[in-house]
Design a protein around this ligand. Sequence first.
Ligand code: SF4
Length: 454
Amino acid sequence: MSHPEEAAKFVANDERMHWHDKALWFVREKRDVSSKGIPEWEKLREYANNIKTHTMHKLDFYLEEFEKNATKKGIIVHWAKDAQEHNKIVHEILASHNVTKLVKSKSMLTEECHLNPYLESKGIEVIDTDLGERIVQLRKETPSHIVLPAIHLKKMDVSDTFHEHLGTEKGNDDPTYLTRAARASLREDFLTAQAGLTGVNFAISETGGIVVCTNEGNADMGASVPKLHIASMGIEKTIPRLKDLSVFTRLLARSATGQAITSYTSHYHGPVEGGEMHIVIVDNKRTPILADATYQKSLNCIRCGACMNTCPIYRRSGGHSYKYVIPGPIGSNLGAFRNPKEHKSLPFACTLCASCTNVCPVKIDLDSQLYAHRQDLAKKHLIDTKKAVAMKITSWVMDHPTLFNIGGKIMRKVIPMLPDSIIYSKANVWGKQRDIPKMPKNSFKELYKQRKDS
Ligand code: SF4
């Protein structure tokens, strides 16, 4: 199903849609206040952009340096060319340690690789330990946001889910009560799991260590209580030096939730005493992005979610409507690049307002990339026939100014006389949720001329 078809399901519940919109706008406003608290904010964004762009140009060097330094610290490094290889490596490590239960801290990469169902098919129980992730896992849903995975749910939904799966009191939707219930259940999982898996926010080449940023401390529990720690990272998570990290940590939490810093910024530079640490470095179709000058910058993403929080389409259509592991502007870019046929509607889920580009802490040109995708899709004949024909006609009319002016004049007179059955016919998809505005007497060009002459 296309994005508009999926979005229609979310939009059908008007109250929920407005609530979702407001909740995310609240986070966006917190981000604005927090970023304005740092006078050098724009400089930091520029640094981050430069560091990431430089790293991507020398990624082979930095990855090898990272592997060398991590190995020196006693970490076992693995390379996976795709999702299947990643899942196989993780399973082999777990199987060789007779692991039957794995606690996992939020990792979009493992979502991308569909690790949970793979391990479950091998008889290994996987528990997502981030609260939001745990809620969606219990509901057998996917995260609808990369930082706030359960933002599409209200507290009553969580109450019902916990009542069904954790045996909490029916109808009790007190957030403290529900959080305590989740914590008690997760504590049990941390103590009984034989292995922990975390994502990676930053992999530092110079030190061979990784950094994980969370607000709940769940990654720390998963990586420290069991003796076996596996970290899964995409190749793009690399940064050159330890001192580069401060640029990103100052940007990440402020962009994500408006916090000055995440509650936990944990460094892992080797296994726990008597334990084992593995890092799986995954490509999974990232190198073709790296090789493409137009889209390469999308690999600079630090997964803060700011582009989603600000996006007028995401806020009103919900993350699940994107049908790609990462929703919103960055997800639309990545999805359309990786599988243009399947995700051809995503670059059009955009008003090209550029709000995403303006908030992106690493200055990814998100709106320009979405615009470029539209052109690529047209060249590949992957856009809807009605849209392609309409665009051709529009382009032809706009290429002939006299015709455009005459057409405008006629339509301003004709449209008010047309019956609703024609104006709001199926051909006018815009009319589905909008009223056609009152036709002005004059065109913009005429008004401009009048004012200039007066
Ligand atoms: S594209 Fe930019 S704003 Fe969006 S998640 Fe990535 S870093 Fe954040």
